[in-house]
Design a protein around this ligand. Structure first.
Ligand code: SF4
Length: 382
């Protein structure tokens, strides 16, 4: 397939600065010390866009996602420079969806309005909780009032598609506490909600206080029930949307289609004529190393994995099963030339016997039990 025939591409841009590094966060983030760091980072991003634009330019992009870090600490001028650089190299689809992640503390009306005027139509707030004591535990720098104010400011600025992130299983969080957060979220009525189970490894200082699995499962069930009642479609393990408001960019990951990641530590999955099953590659995470590599080579790729057919099949299953609509077995067979039901017969029989998955027509779907114990399901395909 020539470059011109390939489906539209998604681009992820990592903006790694935050005002404070929250205790539970393991993303590639750096605390912002001086505003000049932001302009410097954008300068390097522009170099990277130039490099990949020359390599993959003339591809159409239909999703663009600014994640972090805290993208909202960057100014509208920075976003404008990045958008202009991308537009010079890539073709913007008419229905291009642009999302910016924002922290309630740095999302004031004037900035939100300026972002809207740049053509950004989707905003995603890391709210996490509507209760100040839980926000403090997480070391978030915003409070509950700011979460609501920023949501309302975004609406006033023109945004009609707003995601709010909610975390559950915060140390000392009760089921009732979490219910209050869910109820409050439902009242705000955003178009999209993402709920994440707070997990940390054994060496983390949160670990002794972490909510036990049984309670975390009750919280997840509660979120599923309440959001469904409020008219949200539960379409991916962690994601709920009002009809027509699924995250177009995140679907690229779950449907195992191409995305190009730019910025320190960003990941990509791209297909080319030499690598029909695709290549995963990632950038250097360290900022200094990222900049040095860009100065020397024009890119900062540090790891590359060329996918074999077998690895591509596994990745397709691991990502596709996260969608509640299920994994399309006919499409899988057409793509890989073999039947998933035959190749993974024993795994499927085992999971069906345990009530974790089921086959409905041409779709392989998680059952409610499989949704609750997703890691066990995915292990069967590893
Ligand atoms: S604001 Fe978000 S990205 Fe930044 S440290 Fe906190 S959780 Fe991580």
């Amino acid at each position: 397939m020539s470059l011109f025939q390939r489906p539209a591409l998604g681009i992820y841009i990592h903006l790694p600065y935050c005002i404070h590094h929250c205790i539970y966060c393991d993303f590639n983030v750096y605390e912002l010390k001086q505003k000049t760091q932001l302009s410097r980072y954008v300068e390097y991003l522009l170099k990277e866009i130039e490099y990949f634009g020359n390599l993959y330019g003339k591809r159409t992009i239909d999703t663009l996602y600014f994640g972090g870090g805290t993208p909202s600490v960057f100014s509208p001028q920075h976003f404008s420079e990045i958008l202009q650089a991308l537009q010079k190299k890539f073709i913007f689809s008419n229905d291009l969806s642009i999302t910016v992640e924002a922290n309630p503390s740095s999302a004031i009306f004037s900035k939100l309005r300026a972002l809207y005027e740049l053509g950004i139509r989707r905003i995603s707030f890391g709210v996490q909780s509507f209760q100040d004591h839980h926000l403090k535990t997480l070391e978030r720098i915003h409070n509950a009032a700011q979460a609501t104010q920023s949501y309302e400011a975004a609406q006033k600025a023109g945004f009609q598609d707003i995601n709010l992130d909610l975390i559950f299983a915060i140390p000392n969080q009760s089921l009732l506490d979490f219910k209050k957060d869910v109820d409050f979220m439902v009242k705000l009525n955003p178009t999209h909600v993402s709920t994440y189970h707070l997990t940390v490894d054994k060496s983390h200082r949160f670990y002794p206080f972490i909510v036990e699995d049984k309670l975390a499962t009750q919280m997840y069930r509660l979120a599923m029930e309440q959001f469904k009642k409020a008219g949200y479609e539960h379409y991916e393990v962690s994601a709920f949307s009002k009809p027509g408001f699924q995250s177009k960019h995140n679907l690229k990951y779950w449907e195992f289609t191409e995305y190009l990641g730019l910025g320190a530590g960003a990941y990509s999955y791209m297909i080319d004529d030499q690598n029909p099953w695709g290549v995963h590659f990632s950038n250097l995470r360290d900022l200094k190393a990222y900049e040095t590599a860009l100065d020397q080579k024009g890119h900062a790729i540090c790891e590359t994995e060329v996918l074999t057919q077998q690895k591509a099949q596994k990745d397709h299953i691991l990502t596709g099963l996260r969608l509640l609509s299920g994994l399309d077995l006919e499409k899988y067979e057409k793509k890989f030339g073999n039947s998933l039901v035959i190749s993974y017969r024993y795994a499927l029989e085992h999971l069906q016997a345990k009530g974790m998955v089921d086959i409905e027509g041409r779709m392989l779907k998680l059952k409610p039990q499989g949704l609750l114990y997703l890691n066990q399901v995915l292990l069967e395909f590893m």
